[in-house]
Design a protein around this ligand. Structure first.
Ligand code: LAC
Length: 224
C-alpha cells in the first residue's frame, strides 16, 4: 500500500559526523579533541532545539546549530574567530549522504510511495543540503519544522507533514535514525521505521517503531 514516507535528514539521509573533517581542518586540533567537540556540538544542537521548543522561543535550526557550536568550542576551550565559525557551520550544508540514500529514495519512489524529507532544519539549509548531497531530484517534497515554528518531536511537526502532503497521518511513515524522532512520530500517530545503525536500545518513552532496520537499503527492502 502506498505511503507518504517522511525521511529525517540529519543522521538519517545525511551523516552528521562528516563535519569532523571540517572541524579538524579549521581548528588544527587533534583527532580526540575533534571527536569531543563534534559530540558536544551534536548533543547541544538537539538539546537547544528541545529547549527552544519548550520555552516557545523558536529560532531556526541554523541558529540553534550555531549556538550549539559556540557552546562546544567554549566547553573544550577552543578559540575560533567569526569567519572560522562560519566555515565550520557551513559544513552542515555539505554533509555526506549515506551511501545507500539515493538508491533507497529512488526504489521507494518507483514503488509508488511519496518520498519527502521531514526535518527540523530550516528550509534554506535543507534545500542547500539536498542539492549538494544530490538528494533533491529524488524527493517529492521537503517539509521543515520551521513551517510550524517548533521542532520535532512536537506532534505539530508530524501533523503538518500529514496535512501538507494531504495524507491521513496513519498513512504517513517517519523514517529516522534518531530514536527520539521515531518515538515522537509514533506518538503523533505516524507509522515509523527506525534505522538503528548502531544497534542501540530504543527509547523508554514514546511509541516503539513499526519497523526496525539496520540501514536505509533495508527500508527499501521492506517497503518497495
Ligand atoms: C532532523 C534532525 C534533527 O530533523 O535529525 O533532520
Amino acid at each position: 500500500m502506498a505511503e507518504t514516507l517522511c525521511f529525517d535528514m540529519y543522521g538519517t539521509l545525511c551523516d552528521t559526523s562528516s563535519v569532523t573533517s571540517t572541524l579538524a581542518a579549521e581548528l588544527d586540533a587533534p583527532e580526540t579533541l575533534v571527536a569531543e567537540i563534534d559530540a558536544t556540538w551534536r548533543a547541544k544542537q538537539l538539546q537547544y532545539s528541545y529547549q527552544s521548543a519548550l520555552m516557545e522561543e523558536y529560532q531556526p535550526f541554523w541558529d540553534v546549530t550555531g549556538d550549539a557550536l559556540a557552546y562546544a568550542l567554549d566547553q573544550w576551550g577552543v578559540d575560533a574567530d567569526g569567519a572560522t565559525r562560519e566555515r565550520i557551520l557551513g559544513a552542515y550544508e555539505h554533509l555526506d549522504p549515506y551511501p545507500d540514500a539515493i538508491e533507497t529514495l529512488t526504489r521507494l519512489s518507483e514503488a509508488g510511495h511519496t518520498v519527502t524529507v521531514l526535518s527540523n532544519g530550516n528550509p534554506e539549509m535543507l534545500e542547500t543540503l539536498a542539492d549538494n548531497a544530490g538528494l533533491a531530484p529524488h524527493l517529492h517534497d521537503v517539509i521543515s519544522a520551521d513551517e510550524v515554528s517548533t521542532f520535532k518531536p512536537n506532534p505539530a511537526v508530524y501533523e503538518n507533514a500529514a496535512a501538507r502532503t494531504d495524507t491521513p497521518i496513519d498513512r504517513c511513515r517517519l523514517v529516522s535514525g534518531n530514536a527520539w524522532d521515531v518515538a515522537g512520530a509514533g506518538s503523533a500517530g505516524m507509522r515509523t521505521a527506525w534505522v538503528n545503525r548502531a544497534n542501540d536500545p530504543f527509547e523508554e518513552i514514546g511509541v516503539a517503531p513499526s519497523l526496525e532496520v539496520t540501514g536505509l537499503a533495508d527500508v527499501a527492502g521492506e517497503l518497495a
